[in-house]
Design a protein around this ligand. Sequence first.
Ligand code: 5AD
Ligand code: SF4
Length: 470
Amino acid sequence: MTKVDINKQLEDMQKVAKLNENKNPKYSILTMGCQLNENDSEKLCGMMEKMNYKKTENLSEANLIVFNTCCVRENAEDKLLGKLGEVKKYKEEKDTIIAIGGCMMQENHIVEKIKQSYPYVDIIFGTHTLHQFPTDLYKILCNRKRIEDVLDIDGEIIEGLPITRNDKIKASVTIMNGCNNFCSYCIVPYVRGRERSRKPKDILQEINILAKQGYKEITLLGQNVNSYLKTERENNIEFEQYNGVNSFASLLRAINKIDGIERIRFVSPHPKDFTDDVIEAIKDCSKVCKLVHLPLQAGNTNILKMMNRKYTKEQYLNLVEKMKLQIPNLTLSTDIIVGFPGETEKDFEDTLDVVKKVDFEQVYMFIYSRRKGTPGDKMENQIPEEIKHKRFNKLKELVEGQIAIKNKKYVGTIQKVLIEGRSKNNNNMLSGRTDSNKVVILEGRNELIGKMVDLKIVSEHMWYLKGEII
Ligand code: 5AD
Ligand code: SF4
């Protein structure tokens, strides 16, 4: 594959910017799905702003509407189709340009459906062609013909795109794209391609710049962050080393040394790749938060095998035990899917058992959703919706009970809280997070925003704690 010429993209950005001069055009963007998509949207915003578009939340006043889509579960798809119906009127009224990108556009059957049922969509772009958005837009502005710009082959990692970040304290940094694991329920490997790691130098430079800009917290993103550079190491593919970084563990250590950065988080690791060097790095690095997100998916070994997760219930529990022993103050969060094909009531009890034993800080719960093209979709023993919902509710009840007990234990403790801004629900209060990612609200002045403060927790509520400065 030829190397992407970033200069071409920058040139096209300038061309569009020129067309937009003195016109004051506006854009709206709707992002669905995970933090990786959020980070891609920040790049899209960066590009649109370079092209002289200004952001608006009001779809009716936008000249350009971009959807960055997700296809990991069916409800994300339904959401897009609903919104597409809604924007038709803007297209008719003021010829708004409609663009759809992201994971859903890597699925042929969806692209076909959009072409047939939503002919007013102007640009369709995929996950591998995000950087070409300025070129696609330039073509549309010059010649109103629908553009389909989706690549099936893995796109290379593009550096040097502009970015407009959503926040001033916390920033996400994508360290790798794609996934090699093919869990049998999951569509991601088909729409995001194989694992490609960014160069250590590019990542560290980006974080150094963020630190200079005043960012305090970095979240490293990837479908499987702890296999960072694994493909390269296993296949003896040469890569440029920088500051001794050749693995996820050494990357954590290098970021830990960057002045100004106070917290490092990462999502998501895979339990099968959670090697000892990563555990040691978490323990040794003072800035790495001791909340680890460790996706379980299911607690029963047979279901895990059907899911192609490559670990057993016991291996997962042993890993948790080892981590709890080695990392003081460790807390854990997880993802769980209920109702995978073939899951019996007894299998589901194993999930509840693991949840009881591990005592997670937070559990992200999902109802299994059939994804076209995945092995799970072809399995015969699909679980009826009502059983899935029953199990979901049972799990939710267990988790909420555990969280309520844990919340009580916070009261009276002193927590280090990074103050992020004004509380979204109560403008009189500030809001921040503990190391374990719990929301804490407090009374205080704006000067505290961006500061790490010691707070005494004075009361607890289901989804947040209340603190006072000591
Ligand atoms: N159905 C339900 N949940 C899913 N996830 C991934 N694919 C599916 C699916 N088909 C969940 C997994 C993953 C999280 C991001 O989404 O728990 O960790
Ligand atoms: Fe999907 Fe599994 Fe890859 Fe995560 S590790 S993106 S769940 S295939």
